[in-house]
Write a protein that binds this ligand. Structure first.
Ligand code: BGC
Length: 370
């Protein structure tokens, strides 16, 4: 799983971009993985936002814009729910978790009928961050997403302190540092873009600053960010706070400390695990997390390590150039693998988020799709 790269990188990048754009729904939704049983028919705010960011960086401007249009449509459609959630929180009677917004919607923007670990806040910060970054990258006017941005800011300001499921849809009893990072990135983006003003802007800035204090306080142990408040372990998702989210500046000692801890505890032979106790499909290594680590390494100036991360991720491509959610060369607990295959089928492939992160890191390192 290390270099040399067995595929033509330029061809893999071009294929990655076309996997994403060709599978995008006409209304802008991105499927997480088209055929994987548990994901089929749904678009996640988290996956979709990082997918849009990846293809935006790789020049698929219209595809990314259409995804943000989809986000905006979904939020406007659920505006009544958001207003109720915000009013209840302001009145001191927050609604229960099962009435909060879900992590994923059907392509049509509905809640869907399948049980899921739905209450996750991160994607609502991530879409705002990605939409603003996209508009800035390509000189677009973000005003068409204004009402959706206002609703999102109100939602996040009212609820950012709540425990919820994390990126991996686990541990709803905890306040997760990666989730806080996504929320902080979204609030900063909304504030800097001029999409919000007046008391709403003030509230966003206050929440942003409180999150920053938390990240540098209870969100830190031994000089690195932690998985959740009160824990001292790391999670592979934490690299994202350094880059692309930019919540922890590269010059902040927490950036180097977090990269060191993720490498030390989660990276084996170049590929990054989600967390030490992971048993999902046996707990393999994730190309997308390896790319997030590479982006963080590039941000702190370690381009050689970032290049190795890109090569490792590229080498996980199947013979037909599809990138999986995870690979099983080094499983943390192989005894769980078969159980997941029996439940959901083989590992999700292609995973659009994996393709997007490969694109995002490649572009950061000056590579272009063929
Ligand atoms: C992952 C999530 C992801 C979802 C869809 C889950 O297995 O834990 O992070 O959003 O798949 O790709």
């Amino acid at each position: 799983m290390t270099s040399p790269v067995h595929t033509d990188l330029g061809a893999l990048l071009a294929h990655s971009r076309s996997v994403i754009t060709s599978l995008q729904e006409p209304n802008g939704a991105y499927p997480a993985s088209p055929d994987f049983s548990a994901y089929r028919g749904y678009c996640w705010f988290r996956d979709g936002s990082f997918i849009a960011d990846g293809v935006s960086a790789a020049g698929a401007v219209d595809s990314a814009s259409r995804f943000f249009d989809w986000c905006s449509d979904v939020l406007l459609r659920h505006a009544g729910t958001i207003e109720e959630i915000v009013a209840a929180a302001r009145a001191g009677h927050p609604v229960p978790d099962d009435r909060m917004l879900p992590a994923r919607f059907t392509f049509a923007g509905d809640l869907g009928h399948d049980d899921w670990w739905d209450f996750q806040l991160d994607g609502y910060g991530t879409w705002l961050w990605a939409a603003v970054a996209h508009a800035e990258r390509h000189g677009l006017d973000a005003q068409r997403w204004r009402r959706a941005a206002e609703l999102t800011v109100d939602y996040l300001v009212s609820s950012w302190q709540r425990p919820c499921f994390d990126w991996w849809e686990e541990h709803s009893e905890q306040v997760h540092i990666s989730t806080l990072g996504c929320i902080a990135a979204g609030l900063s983006a909304a504030a800097s873009s001029g999409l919000i003003e007046g008391p709403r802007l003030e509230a966003a800035l206050d929440a942003r600053s409180a999150i920053d204090d938390l990240l540098h306080g209870d969100g830190t142990a031994d000089g690195h960010l932690v998985k959740w408040i009160g824990d001292d372990a790391v999670d592979g998702s934490l690299s994202a706070l350094i880059s692309p989210l930019g919540v922890i500046p590269a010059a902040d000692p927490l950036a180097a400390g977090t990269i060191t801890a993720v490498r030390r505890d989660l990276s084996i032979d170049g590929g990054v695990h989600r967390f030490r106790a992971d048993t999902f499909f046996g707990g393999g290594q994730w190309p997308l997390l390896t790319c997030f680590l590479g982006l963080a390494q590039a941000a702190v100036g370690d381009r050689d390590s970032a290049r190795s991360a890109l090569e490792w991720a590229a080498n996980t491509a199947t013979a037909d150039l599809m990138l999986p959610e995870q690979v099983g060369a080094h499983l943390l607990d192989p005894s769980f693998r078969q159980e997941w295959i029996d439940r959901w089928g083989t590992v999700a492939t292609p995973l659009l988020w994996s393709h997007a992160m490969l694109l995002r890191l490649a572009v950061e390192l000056g590579e272009v799709p063929a």
